[in-house]
Ligand binder design. Structure first.
Ligand code: 6SY
Ligand code: ZN
Ligand code: ZN
Length: 241
């Protein structure tokens, strides 16, 4: 599997774009989260929404779903091609009712199914989203009252999306075979809804060596050389795992 970040920034970052990813496997492309900056980020990679074969969503914040209205409209009216949307079951109703309905609802188009080929994901169950790429959602803590999911891919790659620090989970993932961890990282404490750099630095070095930092704010240049054995994920770089 290859992964290329459309952006690596926090929700309010202006230099790094929203923390969204492209996943490549078996000749197909999946997008993991589609935030406000995703349409422009795709364009800057000379890609269009027609180049995406599947979309996966982690949770309902605009830096993760704010580009979905354009995605839906373009696939419906420009490319006239359906899009498999892999979404944890508890997010399906709120994704439509609280986020997308306002823009997408019209007389003949009244539900998420009218725009997407909705494929519900169940927590803990693996699902092949494009050839050779399976994902397994894990519900992780982010904000009270707001379901949020991280993903294990092909049993060996963990993508946190947005989550509070959970050292126990990280150790358990490594014990079950996770080799690489892309983790959100709030550079400056307190980490009320995210994991802070300080918390990640408390992990043993052999675990830090597996961790790549993403979802960081515009102050990242001040933290070069201050991340222990952890590396920053770079926007647009293609990583093979
Ligand atoms: O209870 C809350 C809810 C939200 N927020 C901020 O809004 C942002 C929304 O996107 P995010 O989840 O990437 O990051 C969140 C935080 O920066 C917060 O600080 N406390
Ligand atoms: Zn976020
Ligand atoms: Zn969030």
């Amino acid at each position: 599997m290859n992964i290329q970040m459309l952006g690596t920034g926090s929700a309010f970052a202006k230099r790094y774009y929203n923390n969204n990813a492209l996943l490549f496997s078996g000749g197909q492309t999946a997008m993991l989260d589609c935030g406000i900056t995703a349409p422009l980020a795709l364009h800057q990679l000379s890609k269009t929404f027609n180049d995406i074969d599947a979309l996966v969503i982690s949770h309902i914040h605009a830096d993760h779903v704010g580009g979905m209205e354009e995605f839906a409209f373009q696939r419906k009216f420009v490319y006239q091609r359906s899009l498999p949307l892999f979404v944890p079951a508890p997010l399906i109703e709120p994704l439509w009712e609280t986020t997308l309905k306002g823009g997408l609802m019209q007389e003949d188009l009244r539900s998420l199914d009218d725009y997407f080929d909705v494929r519900p994901l169940q927590e803990g169950e693996s699902c092949e989203i494009i050839p050779g790429l399976t994902i397994r959602p894990i519900r992780t803590k982010h904000i009270a009252g707001k379901p949020s999911y991280s993903y294990v891919m092909n049993g060996s790659f963990f993508y946190s999306a947005d989550m509070k620090f959970d050292a126990e989970l990280l150790h358990a993932l490594v014990a079950e075979g996770c080799e690489v961890i892309f983790h959100d990282c709030q550079l400056k404490p307190p980490g009320v809804v995210h994991t802070t750099l300080e918390q990640l630095l408390s992990l043993p070095v052999d675990l830090q060596e597996r961790i790549w930092l993403m979802h960081y704010d515009d102050t990242r240049p001040h933290y070069e050389g201050m991340t222990g054995a952890m590396r920053f994920v770079e926007q647009h770089h293609v990583y093979s795992f």
